[in-house]
Design a protein around this ligand. Sequence first.
Ligand code: NAP
Length: 473
Amino acid sequence: MKKHYYVDGEWKSSNKYTELLSPHTKEAIAQIPQATLEDVETAIDIAYETRKQMAALTAYERAAILEQIGQLFMDNRQKAAEIISLEAAKPIKYALGEIDRTIETYKFAAEEAKRLTGEMIPMDAAKNGANRFGYTIEEPIGVIGAITPFNFPQNLVAHKVGPAIAAGNTIVLKPASQTPLSALFLAELIDQTALPKGVFNVVTGSGKTIGDALVKNDKVKMITFTGSPAVGKGIQEKAGLKKVALELGSNSGLIIDKNVDLAKIVPKCVMGAFSNQGQVCISLQRTYVMDEIYDEFLEQFSTLTNQLVIGSPDEESTDISAMIHPDEQARALSWVQEAVEQGSKIISGGTIENGVFLPTILANVSSTSKVSCQEVFAPIVVVNRISSIQEGISAINNSDFGLQAGIFTNDIQTAFKASKELQVGGVMINDIPTYRIDQMPYGGVKESGTGKEGVKYAIHEMTETKLVVWNQQ
Ligand code: NAP
């Protein structure tokens, strides 16, 4: 089926189309228009022209539009989930979960639109501030260029589109080449709302070809990017003086203390390591378990992992399906082989069967093996033995990344120490690092990025703070 991209409230065709293949069946599922550099420029011009109209909407109107988007997702929950499942091979139960989160994200954006306030400044607290009255206003920044990844094609788009609308901005969205259908479905829904035409635009095509047109254009005032560290760094270098928010990857770690109830923890670890085939930026990648319970943990973890249902993404029972691309599966396999050559032991999986990379547990992994020190982004988890909590903290901090980390412990001193010493954007006490809800501040340190998402925080990034000072003479 030939798709169209969406600019100025109109569906546009292109001179060039590429075939979108299902990661699961490898069959063609759609023909996707490849926007040209001129097409991107046109979209930016439209978003630029519409920015004043958008900025003039009241908070009440912006909130009502966001509520409407949320409602449309509720009405189309199943369909929206099936699109994710089809283009990303996300098992349908997780795709439905993503739509439920998407609804919440737009709901939070609607609520935040109504409390976008500045603050009073106590001017007379300064020696020279007498008789002045000061306050700030959060003004929309203008055109936002949003570039999004394949792994949460609806909710991670919502984390950019929701805050951008709440703040009164206009948007040009470039979704991942493997998951354009979700973004185009969002355009279909937004088209039914009162959002002025031209405020929300979607251009489809390869990031390598059209990315620069978005990143370098002076009319775009902010780039909000979620994706890999390599692409993020390139964007930062090219963006010049415009604002850039980068939500990048990680190799998230978890510490498991000796005094914990494994029966409660192990199912969470299985979910954290393998949901969406491990293609989650906060997927549980490195697990450090205290010596006293290491063998028991490994046994329970591999038993539950081996019970995961491998199959087609559209089956309700499926836990694990194909990764996003065969090349990615081949890369992941070569990383497992490297780890084994460097002394790791395969506890579960470690192979590709019927086109699916099996959930893989590796023990005794060197910190220099790629499966440990790079972002694996595959259903692979490292489980290593530690003899002290300090060893686990040091191992987690020995990373180029720092998005989230977790610790399971019943000792409050240990929990407090971990919360202070882990060098990450978020520490989860008695949870896996994969835990996220959509209104919490979210974003990493080191090579995991800059800037925070989590609706309220993204809105703040997407506004300019203007100070007003009245001299009362
Ligand atoms: P990716 O390859 O970096 O792609 C992300 C987006 O960037 C896609 O839309 C891509 O377009 C585009 N792109 C590629 N080259 C570009 C360029 N030169 N200029 C501008 N845009 C360009 O990442 P992915 O494989 O889709 O997603 C996985 C990564 O995202 C992982 O590293 C994961 O950790 C990270 N992630 C982070 C978070 C977070 O919140 N921190 C959340 C989810 C995912 P094409 O698809 O056309 O190449």
